[in-house]
Design a protein around this ligand. Structure first.
Ligand SMILES: [Zn+2]
Length: 246
């Protein structure tokens, strides 16, 4: 008699377990198919976080390339054009993972767009990439240098009399430093750079640090900073589109 009771309890227990398993699976299916319900429950949406960017085109411009080396690091010998390309590719990958935006690099290898031409023509060609693709955003990536080796920090530049660009610069600069970056925040700056002045798309140029400063050069080459910078810049881009409402 006792054995029978134990057996019965055991069967009830197993059936209960099977029933709850089926039930959970059912719930999961409903959640997966019904996005508003996921949001209502405050659970993480499995789809990309910024579907609103699906019709956006973003041009990322790794500064310099080919014969134009850019700045050179004093201690580690960092070559600016190489680091610019690495960071630009990081941003492209991050954008493609987190959004549906179309992302275009002005160059994908160590070469200029128009080898053998002068700097002005080269910069015109870079701006033309944004125009040809009717880009919604143009982000140029650079690394600074200065004769005073103590000068360090990150600056985001925007063009004169460009309200949207200034707003974009402010958002991106803040988003970078929200990542707890260990260098000086040099803020945003109005600058007369060709790729900003001549651009018909909202554009900023980010100088991610000084290759002439030892601690900045080490930071910029570290995996930790490269993770933080790509996350910060992409956070900024997503935030910009959210609040600019276009
Ligand atoms: Zn540069």
């Amino acid at each position: 008699m006792k054995k029978r009771v134990i057996l019965l309890l055991f069967i009830i227990l197993i059936m209960g377990a099977i029933f709850s398993l089926i039930n959970t699976k059912g719930e999961k299916n409903i959640l997966r198919e019904d996005k508003p319900l996921i949001d209502a429950l405050g659970q993480k949406n499995e789809s990309k976080e910024a579907e609103g960017l699906s019709r956006k085109t973003i041009v990322i411009d790794p500064g310099h390339g080919g014969e134009d080396r850019g700045t050179k690091g004093k201690v580690l010998g960092t070559i600016e054009k190489d680091l610019n390309l690495k960071i630009a590719k990081n941003i492209k990958k991050e954008l493609e993972e987190r959004t549906d935006a179309k992302v275009i690099l002005t160059r994908e290898s160590d070469s200029s767009l128009l080898p053998g031409t002068n700097q002005k023509e080269e910069l015109q060609a870079r701006v033309k990439v944004a125009k040809d693709h009717e880009a919604d955003l143009y982000i140029s990536i650079h690394h600074d240098a200065f004769e005073d080796v103590n000068v360090k920090g990150i600056t985001t530049h925007f063009g004169a009399n460009k309200r949207k660009d200034k707003q974009l610069a402010r958002i991106i600069q803040k988003a970078i430093f929200d990542q707890n970056i260990d260098t000086r925040n040099r803020g945003i700056q109005e600058s007369d750079f060709h790729v900003l002045r001549e651009n018909s798309s909202p554009a900023v140029l980010i100088e991610l640090g000084f290759t002439s400063n030892e601690s900045d050069e080490k930071r910029m080459n570290s995996e930790e900073f490269q993770e933080k910078s790509k996350k910060g810049i992409v956070d900024g881009i997503i935030h910009y589109f959210k609040i600019s409402g276009n």
